[in-house]
Design a protein around this ligand. Sequence first.
Ligand SMILES: [Zn+2]
Length: 421
Amino acid sequence: MRDSETLAREVIARCQMLARFSEDVGSIRRTFLSPPMRDVHRAIAEWIIPLDATSRVDAAGNLRILFAGAEANAPRLLIGSHLDTVPNAGAYDGVLGVVLAVALLSARDARKYPFAIDVLGFSEEEGVRFGIPFIGSRALVGTLDEQLLSCRDDRGISVREAIANFGLNPAEIEQAAISGDILGYIEFHIEQGPVLENAGHPLGVVEAIAGQSRMEFTFTGHANHAGTTPMHLRHDALAAAAEWISAVELQARNTTGMVATIGAIHAKPGAVNVIAGEAQLTLDVRHQSDEIRNQAVDYFIRQAEDIATRRGVHVQSKKLMDQQAVPMDSFLVHQVAEAVRRAGCEPFRMVSGAGHDAMILAARVPSAMIFLRTPGGISHDPAETVEVDDVRKAIDCGIHLLDQLASSSDFLSSSSRTRRA
Ligand SMILES: [Zn+2]
């Protein structure tokens, strides 16, 4: 048994060590079943030898570490995150959650728990290689389907071929799905945003993963000469779009918990001396409540139409994505809040604006997430860091959480396990 300060330093050193396994020289990139993923699997498998745990890689490329419980056939608790990265990544996004889970196994005599612990290192969460995220966790919940397996990367290699090329058997995908007595899924992850730092909290209790709408708007006016067309005779598509962007920003600012982003704009014909005849924009809206998000989207459409009418231009909108919010399991959220408190921190509740593996797992098993403060709010960047003391608190929180769950008859009873079945 080792103290959490020592473990925290080891967790950070291990994340930095795994960061060396990259497809790129001088920066971190580790996409789905790329060669460096094998090195990561090998390194973690070595760490768990003294813990008397076993590891394997499933057919979807997920690393599965099994730490047996006190009794054979004990129910299982899943703890994990993802091992893939974006290009030019930091060392902690995803990886920290896996390395921290391994640290929890060595923090206590985990064999005394009335459940077995499965540490999961998901093969793919970011969606970099195939443009589709969560390949790893989808396999666990049984939704890695034929269509997804046929998707191809930019070299023309399909998901199925990538699996075979890595030495795995795509015919065994179905066996990667979780089955049997699963108690829940816990994920530690860096916040990847400025909220915790801003509020002065090391840890965050995630209540839900925000729902998300993505849309495309096209304003159509008349392109004309910038010198000869007086202001009052214009049908400027870009000016209409600009007015609408400000309206969207104002509404989102005035709605608690909402974020709305127009991240891309394309104006045609796109010349310095021509009034824009067309402006195409993207819209991304997120909120914990699907009702509030849907109402906001309707409002943004009406605003665009009002602005267009007043300016004598047309507007069309198209829905690209409509993803519902995923609440975390209320029992586990309560337990996480209590564990955060026992670790000496205020249980600050928050919503994740980004998608995570927990969102996919929540469809099958009670799930919960704990966020760690991200210094400067910087993530998906080599400057991504974590504080040793925050990692220490996260480890303490994890130890308390496991102890609480181990002594909760509510949690161990079948009624809690079937909550989401
Ligand atoms: Zn991540």
